[in-house]
Unconditional design. Structure first.
Length: 503
């Protein structure tokens, strides 16, 4: 199974890379653990940023300034300038392939203000923006005849004798067989790792950092892994995301007394800490959109109403929605340049698994969808160009096949997985203390030493979720180790990494 460009991951970034590589003349294959339309891209509800010049107070320069400020000085200005400057063309492209953006009365693409923005620049499709973009990109990929194979779990990247990436070793989830896919270039678009926080995350269970771990094993550099963004408004009991669009359209954040205690449109790290501090005082916190009216809510925020009714039994037309901050987006990832090239030849990365240095210590709301379009396109172009410069695919050196065998484990890894998630939420979360980080680091080391005593019990071959979940646990444990080490190395507070002194 040989192709020019192998894309691993079929969310917005992976599909954009695949489409661009295909249109650049490459033979493209896409592998994905989940079905493309279930990708995490669909959770980006609020909008995609672009300074379109529709309001006098906005400009590309203002957009660049907002992004740099949100990043707390840890982003690359050149990369941000490129992304922000490419935004209008990105919106034009999405509009041209059929993304159904909401419109103004004049027929222009509607825009709303999200946290940290100085003007309304988030283009949106009601509160389904990521979902609409994802489905449209999927339709576009299918129309180009791009082969997409589902139920493929990335185990390792294949490399030749010189260390050049030349394919991937994957687990076929449907039959538990190991498969090898060969390519002249590989693009990783496997998403982030915020599921290390377990149920205190807006992400699906698939967000276990598989691609980042595989890239690390291949020799790629990781960057800023300690920066994990907590979304201020997850539903209290389910962690289901209430989009920033609810605040962008004028929603209030209130406490049990009905008091507004913070700036609802502050950057996410600031707002999450404010809500966390209120909860620590013993207050419940809510997002209140009742004053917007039922007609407006059903027109602009229909998904938020459905989610609140379904998961909290609360109708936001009638009562406030209970919320708490939850892990949402990981700013750290595989280090790449502006062309999405990693430090390993033949390997490219884009989307949440990559670090293009555009988010720094805190991502600006509305920038994740833009990043997947702008840098997904760069990854596709760069991978296609690299493939065109290769004479052929060299023989890989690491094709050994090894999977956990069914056994009688002495330790239940599911219990340890829940324990690890709770540790991270309470001690490596919104507010961090060095002694707690050191304690978690030691606990991770203990879990690593206990791994040989864990394992799987299911010996079935067909859709063995016990096997895939154990593989994900191993990856998450490795990710956790890197995150804590990175957090300890950064001794001063910065954005999403907020350190306080032990009392």
């Amino acid at each position: 199974m040989i192709c020019d460009v192998l894309v691993i991951g079929a969310g917005g970034a992976g599909l954009m890379a695949a489409i661009t590589a295909k249109e650049s003349g490459a033979d493209v294959r896409v592998l994905t653990k989940e079905y493309p339309t279930r990708s995490q891209t669909c959770m980006a509800q609020g909008g995609i940023n672009a300074a379109l010049g529709n309001v006098s107070e906005d400009s590309i320069d203002a957009y660049i300034a907002n992004t740099l400020k949100s990043a707390h000085g840890l982003a690359d200005e050149e990369a941000i300038t490129f992304m922000c400057s490419e935004a209008p063309a990105a919106i034009e492209y999405l509009d041209s392939i059929g993304v159904c953006f909401s419109r103004t009365k004049e027929g222009k693409i509607a825009q709303r203000t999200l946290g940290g923005a100085s003007a309304p620049r988030a283009c949106y499709a009601q509160d389904y923006t990521g979902l609409k973009i994802l489905h449209t990109l999927y339709d576009k990929a299918l129309s180009l005849g791009i082969e997409i194979q589902n139920d493929k779990f990335l185990l390792d990247l294949l490399q030749d004798e010189e260390g050049v990436v030349c394919g991937a070793k994957v687990l076929n989830i449907r039959n538990s067989q190991i498969e090898h896919y060969f390519a002249k270039a590989v693009v990783l678009a496997t998403g982030g790792y915020s599921r290390i926080y377990g149920k205190k995350s807006t992400n699906s269970t698939a967000s276990s950092g598989d691609g980042i771990v595989a890239a690390k094993h291949a020799g790629a550099k990781l960057l800023d892994m300690e920066f994990i963004q907590f979304h201020p408004t997850g539903l209290k009991n389910s962690s289901i995301l209430i989009s920033e669009s609810a605040r962008g359209e004028g929603g209030y954040v209130i406490n049990s007394k009905g008091e507004r205690f913070t700036n609802e449109l502050a950057p996410r790290d600031e707002l999450s800490r404010a809500i966390f501090a209120e909860i620590e005082k013993g207050e419940d916190v809510f997002i209140d959109i009742r004053h917007l009216g039922e007609e407006f809510i059903d027109e602009a925020l229909p998904q938020e109403r459905k989610l609140a009714k379904l998961y909290e039994n609360v109708d936001p037309v009638l009562e406030p929605m209970p919320i708490s901050p939850v892990a949402h987006y990981t700013m750290g990832g595989i280090e790449v340049d502006n062309k999405s090239q990693t430090s390993v030849d033949g390997l490219f990365a884009c989307g949440e698994c990559a670090n293009h240095r555009v988010h720094g210590a805190n991502r600006l709301g509305g920038n994740s969808l833009l990043e997947i379009i702008v840098f997904g396109r760069e990854a596709g172009k760069s991978a296609a160009a690299f493939a065109q410069g290769c004479e052929g695919v060299k023989k890989p050196k690491n094709t050994q096949e090894n999977l956990p065998k069914p056994t009688t484990p002495q330790i239940d890894f599911y219990e340890k997985k829940e324990y690890l998630a709770e540790l991270f939420y309470t001690k490596v979360g919104i507010v961090r203390k060095k002694p707690q980080l050191l304690f978690v680091q030691q606990e991770i080391q203990t879990l690593k030493e206990q791994l040989p005593l864990m394992g799987i019990t299911d010996d079935s071959a067909v859709y063995n979720t016990n096997l895939t979940e154990f593989l994900e646990f191993q990856n998450m444990l490795e990710i956790c180790e890197v995150v804590v080490a990175s957090a300890l190395a950064r001794e001063q507070s910065c954005g999403a990494h907020y350190i306080v002194e032990e009392e």
